[in-house]
Design a binder for this molecule. Sequence first.
Ligand SMILES: C[C@](O)(c1cnc(-c2ccc(S(=O)(=O)c3ccc(N)nc3)s2)c(Cl)c1)C(F)(F)F
Ligand SMILES: O=P(O)(O)OC[C@@H](O)[C@@H](O)[C@H](O)[C@@H](O)CO
Length: 630
Amino acid sequence: MINTMFVSQKQKHIVETPDTGKWELAGYEAALPVTEKSNPITREIDKADPVQIVHLLKECDAEIFQEEDDTLVNYKRLYSASVLQTMMDVTKKVEAILKDPEHSLIILSGCGTSGRLAFLLATSFNKLLKGLHKNPSYAYIIAGGDKAILTSQEAPEDNPHLGVEALKRVCAGKKKVLFIGISCGLSAPFIAGQLDFCLNNLDVFTPVLVGFNPVSMARNEIIEGWHLTFRQVAEKMEEVQETRRAFILNPAVGPEGISGSSRMKGGSATKIILESLLLAAHKATSNNKEVTAKNLLDWMKTYEKVHKITYSQGKMIAAMVKQAGTSLEKMGRIYYIGWQTLGVMGIIDASECVPTFGTDFSDVRGFINKGYKEMANREGDLTSRGPEFEISHEDFMKNVLPDVTENDTVVFIFTLDDDLLEIEKLANQVKNKTPNLHAISHVTTGQYVSANIKKTFASVMSMTWPIVFFEYEGFFLQKFQRELSTKWILNAISTGGHILKGKIYFNHMIDLKVSNSKLFRRAVAILQRFTSRSPIICQEALLKSIYETDDLSDEIRNIKISTHTTLAATKFKVVPTALVLLTRNCSVAEAMSRIQAKPVVRDTIDRYLTAPGRKRTADQIEMHRDEENE
Ligand SMILES: C[C@](O)(c1cnc(-c2ccc(S(=O)(=O)c3ccc(N)nc3)s2)c(Cl)c1)C(F)(F)F
Ligand SMILES: O=P(O)(O)OC[C@@H](O)[C@@H](O)[C@H](O)[C@@H](O)CO
């Protein structure tokens, strides 16, 4: 199983990595948190073609539903009995809150994608209650406030005090609060602060932690300005869980297809677990029945069908991935024009591209019918804050469509219950500007996309869903499943498009913006992975690159991380520059000019690295190195 990858001339160094699958192997990067590991399935995704990219992402997403098996290190999985039991315990807390909306509240909280999903779920479940003529029982918190729904706000994630302040503000006056803190990596200080606050006020708060690492792999780095690490908070949660006053929902779902990109499997698993749990609680409340483990399992199993139905369209998804790659390579843009919550899925995927691929907000944008009216976000219309906050179809027509060219790709996302005349009208206007106009349409069995609509689009991916016979909650389950299906497709389009543009190296986004402490750690870890140098040496190279200096003063060495990340957030290509520093022993200035010269990160890095994992024999490396020195 374990084989030596290569013997590099310089370091006489043996890199041992399992050559196939099974991230659960005890020895595979044992110490690394599951959410931060490199997934063996996508080791060579940077060399894959669109069809292969979609297939690899499908395999990664399938790991979410994998049953626990004790042959390997047996992590808790989505369907494990202990996870179902905890979900049942939490549904009882939800039911208690729903009985008294005036004095109690359910809060969903998260940073980045986890915060965006907190917003989506809280809004959706308040709509469910409104449909039953009930008052809202849900609220959401996203680190950085509502602007973080649309734009990358990476710094607030590191601030536990911000988390506590937001929590106090949102639940003022409430007597009973079910706090659901979402941190896929069990790592966000913003969430750690909130959970700790709840643990110190258990008379009012019941804290629930949602994430996808075992507590033993929760982040254990001292949080700046705080007295506990995330792991210490999680361990306190575990103790209190014994008395059913706190709960941890943390099944392993497997490493992300792009290492650390928890917007993908982490985001999908968050949706599956919380929607199943909350829907079951609402159904039990309206039917006056107990929620059973089987109910929860059945709800979650229906999401497994969503995976099957969605990826049955693999070929069409691949065609859109290819188109996205072409647009991005030609410096074109990608626009998602969505209706209702499918428009929110487009806005979420688009907003994630900036921190994930280091792109400009204008490269991938999402738009939604009726803009902020449809979003129903707490802070209302944010349009006046700038172009990245323009999200309505009218804004798109007025400020974006005039500049759309054939280099751009436009994807409409709708259901046949949306206003088809409006869709056709808008589509025809877009069609005059670019032939790359595609549609993702969700239909119910028996509904068909009209020939009119079909001829308007270059391609129409039509997903057919079974008619739901469940009561009222079934309608919401169908909506949630169309959202997840859309998320998988858009994640593939944005991830695949940037892979084809050469942004990814193996399955890592090396040129990441080091804009918070987690990304700083990821940068150092990636440097270690590709140079086999020590963490200290790698951190020094990263700091030299951030501060653009060849000799680091002790003062710089000892500054707190938030100072490093604040400065790094204003810089470009600090990680590739540090990589060249580590492999060429040159000055920072020289490293920067070499990186400037070669914009495509992957080619640059291949040149400077005897890349681990590439199937090269020693003499090839010898030759490669000779050619290098000529
Ligand atoms: C897998 C890999 O070695 C790697 C990547 N990222 C990381 C990390 C990224 C972020 C961190 S971290 O912020 O310290 C963290 C994040 C979450 C968590 N539970 N514990 C720690 S480690 C590690 Cl440890 C390894 C590779 F190859 F990607 F570099
Ligand atoms: O949910 P977590 O692990 O706390 O991560 C919260 C954020 O860092 C994370 O959502 C980030 O914005 C995304 O770009 C990850 O793909």
